[in-house]
Design a protein. Sequence first.
Length: 439
Amino acid sequence: MLENGNSSELKKTLSPLMLWGLGVGYVISGMYFGWNLGLAEGGTLGLATATFFIIIMYLTFTFSYTELACAIPKAGGAFDYADRALGKKLGFLAGMAQNVEFIFAPPAIAAAIGAYFNIFFPAFDTIYIAVFAYLIFTGLNIVGVKAAAAFELVITILAVGELLIFAGVCVPSLELSNLKTNALPNGFQGAFAAIPFAIWFFLAIEGVANVAEEAKNPQRSVLLGFGSAILTLVVLCLITFVSAVGVGGWEAVVYPEGSTEPSDSPLPMALAQIVGESHFLYHLLITVGLFGLIASFHGIILAAGRSTFEFGRVGYIPKIFGKVNPKTGTPAYALVANMLIGILALLTGRTGEIITIACFGALSLYIISMVAFFALRKNEPDLKRPFKVPLYPLFPATALIIAIIALIAMTVYNIKLALIYLMIMLGAYMWFLFTGKKH
């Protein structure tokens, strides 16, 4: 049944453990692929430098964002916070940036699912596999959020376990000299170019806020789920980075032997150097690695559905997208619309560029959210805040400053993609202004 019998209300079914599973699951694919593309830009030291600052940004941002999510547990996440704190125009831009992040991240992950699956079954085209994944996991999200979250929790635990096994196999063969070899191939400017791939380690963690409306006792559950998820991810990021690169140097987990094209499967490439491609552990990694990719793919589809749903619920897009399925209580129309857009992006075949556009959306979201954070603290000091960020104003200010610097650096090194992102945002904003009088 729907909450209160309302066709625009979501069920409250999620526990703190399920929120941890969603938070880690949204992100964990970033440990399995994508980050290695930053090695080609910055080398070991360049990507490590970028990742260091991005970890600080995510830690400070996550705890600041948790305050917002506990105070305003709504499916729109950043959209709802900015709308309340900064007005409808900036609220719309925050929501649109969130939509770009959540809709463009899954196509990149779907491409990696196809690449991992293709290792076992080369006869199957990666694009067909990716499209099939979209159909299956959009369908699962339509069936019901509790089933979706339970599935997410199981595959996330498997994916975390596999990363720990991977590190356990690689660490005995790790050589510090491999971390130092050609560590800064493009100078320190390579660290700036590597920023989007450092962000990919943690992209979409904020999706936990988008299911706050569906959490049991959201004020407590969101804090436990969000906080434990980001700490888990920081540990996994560090051990995965060092383990994979330390085996044979960064080039061995970027370029397959005899190829100049970057790979979407760095961990199997690292493990193959130790145990070979016929070993049980190699095949286990690929199999469970698929679970890691599926966890993020499925989880971000879930969060994206809530983000689009909220836009429909307030009327910024056709209101049909703000309705829930009367039988399952899920935002089915929003989920299907996001799937169709994602498949179109997938068909371009440009994984790295799709990742970068998603990162532009994420950084815009982080910046507007932190501005909204300060505005709410100033304008609504009496707002009930079950959780308050530690070390205020240091945490939100740090997140804001690093996000601004990262956005500027990404723009400088990705002018063409920055213009594409700007065109998407401007086009959406013009639509908002044109139809704004109706809202």
